[in-house]
Design a binder for this molecule. Structure first.
Ligand code: ATP
Length: 296
C-alpha cells in the first residue's frame, strides 16, 4: 500500500472528554421481533469501537439508528451532539458512512467516482488525498468494473472519508477479504483513527475486533452483554483453564485458575493416568463464544 497522504485534520480534538456517541436505553422492534432491548453505549472522540455479535444480534439496527436511517422505538441517542432524527445537512457533513456494496458505476474510473462524490461536501479532501489515504493511487484510472473485491471496499471507504468525517460508520468492513488484504485494510482504518477520526464498526469476527478496536462492545439478542478493551473483555474468565476428564459416571469439566493443583489431585485419585484428560487455557474466542452461548 502506498504511503498515505496526510490531510490537514479539521476540528479534531483527540480529547476523551465529550462522547462522540451517547446512547441510553435504546429499543427497537420489528413487529414481534425485539431487535434492540435497551442498549447503552458511549463512544469517545478519537476511539475505534467495534460492535461485535452473531447474526441478528442487532448491530446493523444500532448503526442505522445512529446514522439517522432508522427510528428507535425508545431511548436517548446523541451523535456529535444531536439526535440523528433531527439530522441537518451540517451534521451529515461531519459523518461518514461506509455501506456494504458500492453502487455500480461500472465504466467510470476510480478517480471519476471519487470526484463525483466530493461535490456533496463543503470541505472535501482532494481526489489525490483521498486516493492516497485509501491506498488507491495506483488504481486511480482503473474502471470500477475491473476492480477486485478488496479494492472495491477501499473505494467504498474512500467515498466514506472524502468529506473529512469526524465520525465514520463502517458496516462489516472486511467481509470476504483474504488475510493479506484484511491486514492492509486494518492499517488504513488505524491511519484514519490516528488522524482523529472516531470510528464505529460492526463485525462478526473477534480477531478483527481485537486487532482494530480500542474497545469492543459485544451485542447478543439486542442486548449489550460486555463492553471493554480487548485485553479486559474476558473479565475474570481471562486466565482460566478448563480441565476435562472422564469419570465412571461420564465426562466432567472444571474451570480453574490452578489447573496444576487439580491435575495433581486427580492423578492421586486415579492412582496414575487420568482417563481422557485435557487441560486447555480459555482463549478470548472461547470466552466470546461462551458469552453469546455458541461454545460447543
Ligand atoms: P447480521 O450480522 O446478520 O447483519 P445484525 O447483528 O446486524 O445481524 P440486525 O440486522 O440489526 O442484526 O437484526 C436484528 C434483528 O432484527 C434480527 O432478528 C433481524 O432478523 C431483525 N430485523 C432486522 N431488520 C429487519 C427488518 N427490516 N424487518 C424485520 N426484522 C428485521
Amino acid at each position: 500500500m502506498p504511503a498515505p497522504v496526510r490531510p490537514q485534520p479539521r476540528n479534531r480534538p483527540r480529547g476523551r472528554s465529550r462522547p462522540a456517541i451517547r446512547v441510553r436505553g435504546l429499543t427497537k422492534h420489528y413487529r414481534s421481533v425485539t431487535a434492540l432491548d435497551g442498549i447503552d453505549l458511549d463512544v469517545q472522540s478519537g476511539e475505534i469501537v467495534a460492535l461485535l455479535g452473531p447474526n441478528g444480534a442487532g448491530k446493523t439496527t444500532t448503526m442505522e439508528i445512529l446514522e439517522g436511517h432508522r427510528r428507535a422505538d425508545s431511548g436517548e441517542v446523541q451523535v456529535l451532539g444531536i439526535d440523528p432524527r433531527n439530522a441537518t445537512p451540517a451534521w451529515r457533513n461531519r459523518i461518514g458512512i461506509v455501506l456494504q456494496g458500492v453502487a455500480d458505476f461500472g465504466t467510470l474510473t476510480v478517480r471519476q467516482v471519487i470526484d463525483l462524490f466530493g461535490v456533496y461536501y463543503t470541505d472535501p479532501l482532494s481526489v489525490d488525498e483521498t486516493l492516497g489515504l485509501a491506498g488507491l493511487t495506483e488504481e486511480a484510472d482503473r474502471r470500477l468494473n475491473t476492480l477486485a473485491g478488496g479494492k472495491r471496499r477501499r473505494l467504498e471507504v474512500a467515498l466514506g472519508i472524502i468529506g473529512r468525517p469526524q465520525l465514520l460508520f463502517l458496516d462489516e468492513p472486511t467481509t470476504g477479504f483474504d488475510p493479506g488484504v484484511r491486514r492492509r485494510f486494518w492499517s488504513l482504518i488505524r491511519t484514519l483513527r490516528d488522524q482523529g477520526t472516531t470510528i464505529l464498526l460492526t463485525t462478526h469476527h473477534l480477531d478483527e475486533a481485537e486487532h482494530l478496536a480500542d474497545r469492543v462492545a459485544v451485542i447478543n439478542k439486542g442486548r449489550m452483554i460486555a463492553i471493554d478493551t480487548p485485553a479486559r473483555l474476558g473479565g475474570r474468565r481471562t486466565g482460566t483453564t478448563e480441565v476435562r476428564w472422564r469419570t465412571p459416571d461420564g465426562p466432567r469439566t472444571v474451570r480453574t485458575r490452578t489447573p496444576t493443583a487439580l491435575v495433581r489431585k486427580l492423578t492421586t485419585e486415579f492412582r496414575g493416568e487420568v482417563p481422557e484428560l485435557t487441560v486447555t487455557r480459555l482463549t478470548l474466542e472461547d470466552i466470546y463464544l461462551d458469552m453469546i452461548g455458541q461454545r460447543a
